[in-house]
Design a protein around this ligand. Structure first.
Ligand code: NAG
Ligand code: NAG
Ligand code: NAG
Ligand code: NAG
Length: 506
């Protein structure tokens, strides 16, 4: 029973918080499986049409148009038009083949429902590490949602609160091994800093390939492990822009980063979880037993000290892992035992990864007709979250080893706007932990931010949450939303994004 719970815990914790213990045997097995994937003919990878001025309008839906760019000789884009998901706009799906054509990164691109020729461009990614952005697409903020009630013949239903009401948006499955993204020869990406290089290549080629979008304001958005990914990806784009400027090349117009229920600064995570369970931070009456709360409060200082010494002040892989294991044993076990959804404490945990949608999305994306509509050429079936990718990141202690918040501070100091938002019912990457790290973040506007008052923000005449904002940095809660804010509060999340993109106060 305990074993069973533990296994469920490992699986469930995937979206933001993988606690899989790395086993060398299974790692070796993984590698073997990956290397036995049928190898594609590398020579084929470069038979694309050379055309750097191709317009999206000229791409058809019959098959992939293949594009390469002389400035990116190692990369190629395959793109097709698709009748997927949103019949009111142009929809494109395809692969960016990076690193000499051996890594294939799958994307969905939806033009804006408002004014594609003028609206900003957004990227959305899900977390994990290892989870597919199609979950965000079909469960949260995409133009269509997975049909859970058998209402439609095509498997999806219209989402009136899609973020493409406001922006041109692409969903990227990254790194390789996630969703429909795959590698030919078993290449893996095992750290966020490595993943950033492929994401930068993807975005560069995206804008080079589709010149009507080049120079357009770009916003990077995502949730969960995106709290680690996005600050690093944005920093890579910023730094590479400086190289491009020096060499007289075009730059990417990166404007802002939006992170929902993210894991960014690890120092406040466990203290925040204690508050969610044992204080009135999330529910009016704490739901954890008094006995467990007292035990957790006793363990918390020791957990914090161990993390500070072994993960934060000086990272030591073995000691940090021991610290994290101690913190999980003492501070997470009681939560799992409640049977509540760790992503939304107001609900029971039902279905794979606590959401019934996950299984339905997998069945839908594995249908031959869906794969054909999307042009999927990935040899394997879809999985919502890749355990291989999760395991590889975990081997490197990717979540714990780097002070990700310092990327955020550096971005802010260079004028990139950052929105950190959090649903108040999430336990995993909870709002308390996020509010605390944002408050103590060391950047040039720290004092200004600290001096701001909390205020309510309003949607449709009703309180949507609370916000603290300066021109560059905003922190907002979305009350009564879980980890996946657009899933739980679609109108509020679209209003938030609309105001953010319009540079208005929330
Ligand atoms: C490249 O494309 C041309 C024309 O479609 C075809 O004849 C040729 O066989 C292709 N080469 C490779 C290596 O696939
Ligand atoms: C959904 O509807 C179709 C017919 O439109 C039917 O064949 C199928 O059994 C239904 N599935 C469920 C789960 O109700
Ligand atoms: C799928 O069906 C629903 C309703 O049945 C419809 O609203 C939607 O536009 C359809 N989607 C596509 C991509 O045609
Ligand atoms: C994908 O799933 C289908 C249906 O479950 C199965 O028949 C097929 O063998 C699977 N393909 C791979 C590559 O696993």
């Amino acid at each position: 029973m305990a074993m069973g719970l533990r296994m469920v815990a490992s699986l469930l914790s995937f979206i933001c918080f993988s606690q899989i213990s790395a086993s060398l045997a299974s790692y070796a097995q993984t590698q073997q499986v990956l290397y036995s994937t049928p190898a594609h003919d590398l020579a084929n990878a470069y038979n694309g049409t050379q055309n750097q001025n191709l317009n999206l309008a000229s791409i058809g839906s019959a098959g992939f148009a293949s594009l390469s760019h002389p400035r990116f000789p190692n990369h190629r884009v395959r793109v097709k038009k698709s009748a997927f998901c949103d019949p009111t706009v142009n929809v494109y799906t395809g692969y960016l083949d990076v690193d000499a054509g051996a890594k294939h990164m799958f994307f969905y691109f939806f033009e804006s429902r408002r004014d594609p020729a003028k609206d900003d461009v957004m990227m959305w990614i899900n977390g994990g590490p290892g989870c597919s952005s199609s979950m965000g697409l079909l469960m949260e903020l995409g133009p269509c949602s997975i049909d859970m009630q058998n209402l439609s013949a095509n498997g999806t239903v219209w989402n009136p609160h899609s973020w493409n009401e406001e922006a041109n948006i692409f969903f990227l499955d990254q790194p390789v091994g996630v969703g429909f993204s795959y590698a030919d020869f078993g290449e893996t990406v095992e750290t966020t800093e490595d993943a950033a290089k492929n994401v930068h290549a993807f975005i560069s080629i995206f804008f080079e390939t589709f010149p009507q979008f080049s120079g357009r304001a770009l916003h990077l958005s995502g949730e969960s492990y995106g709290g680690r990914y996005l600050p690093v990806f944005a920093s890579e784009i910023y730094d590479q822009n400086q190289v491009a400027l020096r060499n007289g090349r075009p730059t990417i117009n990166l404007q802002s980063v939006l992170i929902g229920n993210g894991i960014t600064d690890i120092s406040t995570l466990y203290a925040g979880r204690y508050e969610v369970e044992c204080s009135t931070a999330s529910l009016e009456v704490p739901y954890q037993s008094i006995a467990n709360c007292v035990r957790m409060k006793t363990a918390l200082p020791r957990c914090q000290t161990a993390m500070r010494e072994s993960c934060i002040e000086q990272f030591d892989s073995m000691n940090c892992r021991a610290a994290v294991n101690f913190c999980d044993d003492q501070l997470s076990t009681a939560m799992w035992a409640t049977g509540r959804n760790v992503y939304d404490i107001s609900k029971p945990c039902e279905g794979e990864l606590c959401y019934k949608e996950n299984g339905v999305i997998k069945s839908f994306l594995d249908l031959p007709e869906t794969r054909e509509l999307l042009g999927v050429e990935t040899p394997s079936n879809f999985s919502a979250c890749s355990s291989n990718v999760g395991r590889n990141f975990n081997i490197h202690m990717d979540k714990w080893a780097v002070h990700t918040q310092d990327y955020v501070a550096n971005l802010l100091d260079r004028g990139i706007r950052v929105l950190i938002y959090a649903g108040t019912y999430d336990w995993q990457c909870n709002w308390v932990a996020n509010a605390q790290w944002v408050q103590k973040l060391e950047w040039s506007g720290q004092t200004e931010y600290a001096a701001q008052e909390w205020r309510d923000w309003i949607v449709g005449g009703k309180k949507a949450g609370e916000v603290k904002e300066t021109p560059l940095l905003t922190f907002a809660t979305i009350r009564e939303a879980g980890h996946m804010v657009p899933h739980d509060k679609p109108a509020e999340s679209l209003a938030m994004v609309a105001r953010w993109l319009a540079r208005k106060k929330l």
